[in-house]
Design a protein around this ligand. Structure first.
Ligand SMILES: NC(=O)C1=CN([C@@H]2O[C@H](COP(=O)(O)OP(=O)(O)OC[C@H]3O[C@@H](n4cnc5c(N)ncnc54)[C@H](O)[C@@H]3O)[C@@H](O)[C@H]2O)C=CC1
Ligand SMILES: O=C(O)CCC(=O)C(=O)O
Length: 630
């Protein structure tokens, strides 16, 4: 049988996320007046050596000579070096512990610092190849042991050869001295490790680049902490999603790309290949055509409440989960609705505009209080019912109409139809969702049923109102004023122009779809939606998913998890379990949840199985998507 590969790891910026010598310089130079200039010189020498521009041994000697380094400084760094582990190495300690005979550490760094890390990783001292510092009688560092090949240029290749390893040798590191090992013929493969630092010449000289231990193990066909390297999973976030989301997703190890504005269908089709997760807000249309072009897509997140911009059924039919943030901007919309109601009642915006033109018009005519007026809320969901509470506390009477049964809060009264509500209300506020059937539910006929001079608010979706009819009703004075935040056609970015028949009308407040645009709401949405995505990607949890059955799941522990999304048709679970049994997989736990369209089966199995056995599961009739998680 062929010998298994030996993995030879560099230390600085590979197994740990620091450059040892720079950390020692920080300690040795604390309080030194020339610290900044010495540090700059040391940093430059390190970079030159790592990029292959300066002989390594020469750079090491020059750097040590610049430093008043003592045994205490070295001991201080050694005491805290375990805290400096590279994140993906810390995640994959099991790989090191399970393969003690296959790991070597080779470094131009120093034994006192490397030893604690080697011990934690289970690497025996004879497989730790590094420099030994020399000290004078007072404990000051004088240099390194010059007989050690690692104190010289090309020393890594020589040191590795000295081990007389059999089988393939795989070198992993971030620096030029690591690339040299392969160039000198002392390694069969060289991976440029770029989790901590990415050096172009090193990447260019490598057989492949790996941005984490997970990618390395995946590239070498080995089992790591995760079933798939997260850094290879591409997340594309459009429409200026809050940085809190980017941070959360990147911290979890995923690769995130952002785009400031919305993309149109063709632009999105051009960008979607290779994307595993797409994040949008209200403007990007995720159509069946887009989903067809998506070859890797697993999930879409609407970083907002509305999901009418996403073809939910088409996504479900392709096994793509869709999430939103149903409550994170609710309060912001409600506060804006209250604000514009007061502003319309008091004609604030027209009066303010007149003042800016230098006109003083102090008059109470047409200005009214909210107190005692009737607010008609159309759509008594999260926003509508929250508005109901605030409006009552301002002294308004609240009536509402909803298609489904809703709990009337406070003294709010449910009305049997939209028409009755329109006839009773002094202010009508629309908070229905953006389903296609709601197109133009407020048109000329409905406006004609409203009280003379009543106010209309639309902070839901643009297509709900026929804006041509509204413009006529406002122009004729039939409707006393309107506040409109959403439009049938909205510019894709802030740089694009806006037009509407509502422009220039008296007592009309137009806002650029900012109902949910507060700092608080955007941050909360970013965090919530990112957490939902992570729960789905990392453990298969579909809580709050709007197009697949919701299943709440704990972290996978001591098992492998098989996620199977299928068309809801007879016999799928039986077929799946037959396939699991045929593959000899031992089931530890299983959940099935279905809706009228789709089924979702989660099966936790013993880790001990032949991975090829899983192929049979993908062929179960009705399968839409299959995923393995651990
Ligand atoms: N302007 C903005 O920035 C924002 C706008 N929105 C919009 O507000 C909408 C509502 O949000 P939520 O209250 O959280 O949604 P929700 O789903 O909790 O409530 C919507 C309610 O409308 C009802 N409904 C639907 N069609 C109806 C109809 N024709 N007649 C009567 N009732 C109807 C539903 O039964 C439901 O109770 C969102 O779907 C979104 O389109 C949401 C957030 C920010
Ligand atoms: O500002 C946004 O992203 C859209 C807000 C919105 O309309 C929603 O949450 O549904």
């Amino acid at each position: 049988m062929a010998d298994a590969a030996t993995f030879v790891f560099d230390f600085d910026s590979t197994l740990v996320r620091i450059e040892t010598l720079e950390a020692l310089a920080d300690l040795a130079l604390a309080g030194c007046p020339d610290a900044a200039s010495i540090r700059t010189q040391i940093g430059r020498l390190t970079d030159q050596a790592m990029a292959g521009e300066l002989d390594f041994g020469e750079a090491l000697r020059r750097r040590l000579a610049l430093l008043p380094l003592t045994r205490e400084h070295v001991a201080t760094l050694a005491a805290r070096i375990l805290d400096e582990g590279t994140p993906s190495v810390r995640r994959n300690l099991a790989f090191f512990r399970d393969n003690p005979g296959r790991i070597v550490i080779v470094s131009g760094g120093f034994r006192e610092i490397i030893a604690p890390v080697a011990e934690r990783l289970g690497v025996s001292p004879d497989r730790v190849l590094c420099n030994d510092l020399t000290y004078d009688a007072s404990g000051r560092v004088t240099g390194v042991d010059g007989t050690n090949p690692l104190s010289r240029a090309g020393g890594k290749a020589e040191a590795i050869r000295g081990l007389n390893l059999t089988g393939p040798i795989v070198m992993i590191g971030d620096g030029w001295t690591d690339a040299e090992v392969k160039l000198a013929g002392a390694a069969d493969r060289f991976y440029a490790f770029t989790e901590v630092v990415r050096r172009e010449p090193v990447v260019a000289a490598a057989d492949a680049e790996v941005a984490s231990m997970d990618e390395l193990l995946h590239a070498e066909g080995l089992t790591g902490r995760w079933s798939y390297p997260r850094s290879r999973m591409k997340i594309l976030l459009l429409e200026n999603v809050h940085p809190a989301a980017v941070e959360r997703l990147e911290d979890a190890g995923y690769t995130v790309d952002t785009v400031k504005g919305a993309l149109d269908e063709d632009e999105l089709i051009a960008r979607i290949r290779g994307v595993h997760v797409l994040g949008v807000r209200s403007k990007t249309q995720v159509s069946a055509r887009v989903l067809d072009a998506a070859d890797r897509l697993m999930a879409v997140a609407a970083f907002c409440i509305g999901t009418n911009q996403i073809d939910l059924a088409a996504a479900a039919d392709r096994g793509v989960a869709v999430f939103n943030a149903p409550y994170s901007n609710t309060r912001s919309v409600v506060e804006l609705a209250v604000g514009v109601m007061i502003a319309l009642m008091r004609d604030v915006t027209d009066k303010s505009a007149a003042m800016h033109r230098g006109e003083w018009n102090k008059s109470a005519t047409g200005s009214r209080e909210l107190r005692g007026k009737t607010l008609g809320i159309v759509g008594y969901g999260a926003i509508g019912s929250q508005l109901s509470v605030l409006a009552e506390s301002l002294g308004m009477r609240v009536v509402f109409h909803d298609l489904t049964e809703r709990l009337a809060l406070g003294n709010a009264r449910r009305l049997p139809s939209l028409d009755v509500l329109l006839a009773e209300s002094d202010v009508v506020s629309l908070h229905v969702d953006g389903r296609v059937e709601n197109t133009a539910i407020i048109g000329a006929a409905q406006l004609a049923r409203m009280k003379e001079g009543a106010l209309l608010l639309n902070l839901s979706r643009g297509h709900i109102v026929d804006v041509g009819a509204l413009s006529q009703a406002l122009g004729s004075g039939r409707i006393g004023g309107a506040a409109v935040d959403v439009f049938p056609e909205e510019p894709a970015t802030n740089a694009d122009p806006f037009d509407s028949p509502l422009r220039g009308l008296k007592n009309v407040i137009l806002t650029p779809h900012i109902g949910g645009s507060t700092e608080e709401a955007q941050e909360a949405i970013g965090e919530f939606a990112a957490d939902r995505l992570l729960a789905y990607l990392n453990r298969g949890d579909t809580t709050f998913c709007v197009n697949l059955p919701n299943v709440q799941l704990a972290e996978v522990s001591g098992a492998h998890r098989i996620l199977h999304i299928h068309r809801n048709q007879p016999g799928v679970l039986a077929d799946l379990n037959r396939a699991l049994a045929a593959a000899g997989l031992n089931i530890l736990g299983q959940h099935l949840k279905t809706d009228e369209r789709t089924g979702y089966v989660i099966t936790d199995v013993d880790r001990d199985y032949d991975p090829q056995a899983l192929d049979g599961l993908k062929t179960v009739a009705g399968t839409l998507r299959f995923r393995l998680l651990y």
